[in-house]
Design a protein around this ligand. Structure first.
Ligand SMILES: Cc1ncc(COP(=O)(O)O)c(C=O)c1O
Length: 377
């Protein structure tokens, strides 16, 4: 309880908010697919066609929870994302803890970007391998760290993990250089594409696909709860990796499978992304417009450089960032504060999530208020 009081004293107590019907600059529903009626209807029709009248999976996939929809979905995902295999997990959190707690062995070493998502860090913490963080996106530092470990630990496998779009920064590592670095050091590269799916790639297959690097990584984590507007995740990799995870990833084995309607919704969302690039084009236009407006309002220097749907404005201190977020909310815009300890102290920020459905006027208006807040400081 003392820890709760400490949180309260630091202005950092987490509470569950209810929707307030504000203009959305905060959800991960980058393409508006979470409320796409066509996808909803297609999923229902698919369930009807398959006679999949079930509200739940009834058990772990290793017992009674597996079915034809899972097989169909994993085939579609492997083909959509361009991978030998796909294994569906109940969430991105489960996928990351499953992978990192099971794949690297006791004698192995994992290097992870210091800003990696909690699910990656939790997974590494649950595993037996030694782990080291490296400075955010600093590949030269990483290269020296790998060399030092290689000198000491000949014969161990080295894993490097990063995100193609960082969830709390919106920025991206130099993926081409990282792929080359890992190849030259004989390290296995794992990339979490949670915030790149739907945003990058011709049909939204992610940033590695856009760069033609999808075959150069050991594993990719893709999630369906963000731009795809559904729920769940998959680990993409080789058939052998899939079989290993089915046998050893505890967050896959010891949990009930997803209900059929979740699987059908992911299938319908994949079909939608394959058929229509409309939302992705609108999102991309909005990202360009937002960046132009940052220049217009002289706000560029306060933002972390980003080409993704996530744009963060640094506003130091929990109290101040919370206050600015409330002022934006009072004026009708849902922009969330990201406070410490979620981000390091001193790097608190307002996180603007852009969507295909945001209008240019909404973007101009929200940035005008932000510029006023900076002027009033
Ligand atoms: C980079 C990253 N990986 C994994 C996850 C977890 O995904 P999920 O919400 O499907 O559990 C998130 C969610 O915030 C994320 O940002």
């Amino acid at each position: 309880m003392a820890k709760l009081t400490e949180r309260q004293d630091n202005n950092a107590l987490r509470m569950l908010p209810m929707p307030k019907g504000l203009i959305d600059f905060s959800s991960n529903d980058y393409l508006g697919l979470a409320r796409n009626v066509d996808i909803f209807n297609k999923a229902s029709k698919l369930l009807e066609k398959k006679g999949a009248w079930a509200n739940g999976a009834t058990g772990s996939r290793l017992l009674t929870g597996n079915n034809g929809l899972y097989r169909q979905l994993e085939e579609v995902l492997a083909s959509f994302f361009g991978s030998e295999s796909a294994l569906v997990f109940n969430s991105g959190y489960d996928a990351n803890i499953g992978f990192f707690s099971a794949v690297p062995q006791r004698t192995d070493v994992v290097f992870y970007d210091e800003l990696s998502h909690a699910s990656i860090r939790d997974g590494i913490g649950m595993g037996l391998a030694q782990s080291y963080k490296f400075k955010h996106n600093q590949l030269e530092v990483l290269s020296r760290q790998i060399d030092r470990v290689r000198e000491r630990k000949i014969g161990s496998d080295i894993y490097v993990v990063t995100e193609s779009v960082f969830s709390m920064d919106g920025d991206t590592p130099d993926l081409r250089a990282l792929v080359e670095l890992c190849a030259s050091k004989g390290a296995y590269l794992v990339v979490d594409e949670a915030h790149a799916v739907g945003v990058f790639g011709k049909r939204g297959e992610g940033l590695l696909n856009e760069l033609g690097l999808q075959d150069m990584v050991f594993a990719r984590i893709v999630t369906f709860g963000k731009a795809m507007g559904c729920h769940g995740a998959a680990i993409l990799g080789s058939d052998a990796l899939k079989s290993y995870l089915v046998n050893f990833a505890r967050s896959f084995i010891y949990t009930t499978g997803m209900p059929p309607h979740s699987l059908a919704t992911i299938l319908a969302a994949c079909e939608h992304l394959s058929a229509s690039g409309r939302e992705q084009q609108q999102l991309s236009a909005n990202i360009s417009f937002f960046k132009d407006q940052l220049k217009n309002y002289d706000l560029e220097a306060s933002f972390i450089p980003s080409n993704s749907a996530v744009h963060c404005c640094l506003v130091e201190g929990n109290e101040k960032v919370k206050n600015w977020s409330l002022q934006l909310q009072d004026r009708g815009f849902d922009v969330k504060p990201i406070m410490s300890p979620t981000v390091p102290k001193g790097q608190e920020r307002l996180r603007f999530c852009l969507h295909s459905f945001n209008t240019e006027n909404e973007i101009k208006d929200v940035l005008l208020i932000l510029a006023e807040l900076f002027d009033k400081r």
